[in-house]
Design a protein around this ligand. Sequence first.
Ligand SMILES: [Zn+2]
Length: 381
Amino acid sequence: MLSALGFAQPIVLETSTILDGKGGVLKNQQIVIEGARIQAVTRGKSTATYDLRGLTVMPGWIDTHIHLTWHFDSHHKLANQSEPPQASALYAAENAWLTLQGGFTTVQSVGAPMDADVRDRIAEGSLPGPRILTSVRQITDKSGTPDEIRALVRKTKAEGADVIKLFATSGLGAGGAQTMSDEQIQAACGEAKAVGLRAVVHAIGSDGAKAAVLAGCTSIEHGDFLDDATLALMAERGTYFDPNFLVLHNYLDNRASFNFPETTFTALEKALGPTADVLRRARAHGVKVVFGTDAVASAHGRNAEEFIYRVRDGHDVPMEALRSATSLAAESLGLGDRIGTVAAGFDADLVATEGNPLEDITAVRRVVFVMKGGKVYKNVR
Ligand SMILES: [Zn+2]
């Protein structure tokens, strides 16, 4: 804000409890924000612009796996390709707004061409939403020879992608077996690295996942049926793991709207137990677990439900689940020195909940304050 003399005044947040995103708990601090950045976290005595005492303040949450454009139509059915483009655009903007209101200040959408347009409007400040990173498209076994895949990676980068997304295996409903050859996977992740992009890999089982880890890909998405040998390899290589619970529940809770074959819903149901199990085993192996929800239609804005599933079903420690969604997610996106931590020099991306998620994980449903880049987008206390 501007003072009477026109100078930008710092924003001061008075807090009683901060979870700093790196496992620390800070008591009775002021967060001083200048412009888009945190200037200091200190026991100061400045006049507070916002009094957040009694709330739990955290870094803005980060969802490393969403699909921004997915939505239901006015009949509560999954929208399809025949939808007019203006409808798709408006729904994507709505999903971005819902996501931000739900406490998520950064998302990785993996991905559709429209993501990049929404990302750019938000970055300009003309549309409210989280910071978006996108893969623009998805690379599969149908994307061609290794040479053709390398060319497609370069084209995707030229089109403004922040990350490369590939499918090393089929989906859960189709069995999750390896689809891309080892050579195709090596081409996609190798070329991504060569042009300075990360590569995130859809892999349901160990075949496909192992090839991706060995090819130097950045992360394994889903991984519901990874075996211990693959998890050990991921820990050794520093490959990030992004298991997703919300997506399974969201499909199962909205069967009529998604209208998949019954066999698909059966496969999703059967994956619930293994997904909880693989999270526990990944923690035991010391794998770097990040926080993705695979949010599709009707999950946007409810991304925080993933915390509850991870803690309740996967027996994740609340602090570890929060670290997955803050400093560790930021590191996995190559933004570890900018977001995901409440400390001087970091972007002023902050969320506050009524209640403390360390004591009651359902507090993540009670987001009452959201700031992104020093700007308040929600304050409903
Ligand atoms: Zn996905």
